[in-house]
Write a protein that binds this ligand. Structure first.
Ligand code: NDP
Length: 248
């Protein structure tokens, strides 16, 4: 197993890609601490699912876009699990609109959640990773952060920001054996994309060379590689996971 004896934090693992990452990590023998904004039945169900795979697992209510909440989340995880080897910054939201109609609130909310959460969680975990002299941080970006997209300027800005932030951290942390990389998925079918009309989805898929959306588990497998010792000399990379889309 690729992640045996390791502990990971996965943000936003109550559903979608985060849930797939937590599940795949548990199958690779990794203990998993995860969060969503509220501790509800869904969170408890995910916790039970992960435990049934034979690892230690716990869900926490935390708003990772809030500095104090992120600090408290990481403090609680370190108290419960002892140490953290891997941080997956996955939590994210969309609130799409053309720039012409986009409100300040829409911009602030999306950038404030997607980009600031990566800063908050990196700040919170960095001292313990620095002290232990190893760590792998994987930030979930998007091909939209590389290529831009109609109606997603706020989301594209947040994901492009994640790339710049990650590459800067990779440089600052490399000498302490802490690696920082980005996985940039293309179109992945989750609740986030569930409202997209079928005709639009078909049009998008027809433009993807592999002619289909990615799955959450395919994102999870990239994260296993970047989190594990299989990628021990890889830092500061952006790994597009998009079925060959040209722009990425
Ligand atoms: P979902 O909407 O299905 O899930 C988002 C998760 O993030 C939920 O678990 C949610 O938990 C959590 N979350 C949101 N905001 C916060 C917050 N402030 N604090 C803590 N948890 C939070 O999204 P996906 O699984 O589709 O996306 C996951 C990541 O992948 C995102 O970063 C997204 O941008 C990225 N991505 C997705 C693509 C896609 O096509 N689906 C493509 C490219 C990138 P809860 O609601 O319980 O708080």
């Amino acid at each position: 197993m690729l992640l045996e004896h390791k502990t990971a934090i996965v943000t936003g693992a109550t559903r979608g890609i985060g849930h797939a990452i937590a599940t795949r990590f548990a199958k690779e023998g990794c203990n998993v601490a995860f969060c969503g904004r509220t501790r509800n039945d869904k969170m408890i169900a995910v916790e039970d699912e992960l435990k049934a795979l034979g690892v230690k697992a716990k869900g926490y209510a935390a708003d990772v876009a809030d500095y104090q909440s992120a600090q408290e989340f990481v403090k609680a995880v370190l108290a419960d699990f002892g140490s953290v080897d891997i941080l997956i910054n996955n939590a994210g939201i969309t609130d799409d609109s053309a720039v012409k109609r986009m409100t300040e609130e829409q911009f602030d909310r999306v950038v404030g959640t997607n980009l600031k959460s990566v800063f908050c969680m990196t700040k919170a975990i960095q001292p313990s990773m620095w002290k232990q002299g190893h760590g792998s941080i994987v930030n979930i970006g998007s091909v939209v952060g590389i290529a831009g997209n109609y109606n997603q300027a706020n989301y594209a800005a947040s994901k492009a920001g994640i790339i710049g932030f990650s590459k800067s951290c990779a440089k600052e942390f490399a000498a302490r054996n802490i690696r920082v990389n980005v996985v940039a998925p293309g179109f992945v079918e989750t609740e986030m994309t569930a409202d997209i009309p079928k005709e639009l989805m078909d049009t998008w898929c027809s433009r993807i060379p592999m002619k289909r959306p990615g799955t959450p588990d395919e994102v999870a497998k990239c994260c296993v590689f970047l989190a594990s010792d299989m990628s021990s000399y890889i830092t500061s990379v952006v790994l597009p996971m998009c079925g060959g889309m040209e722009d990425a």
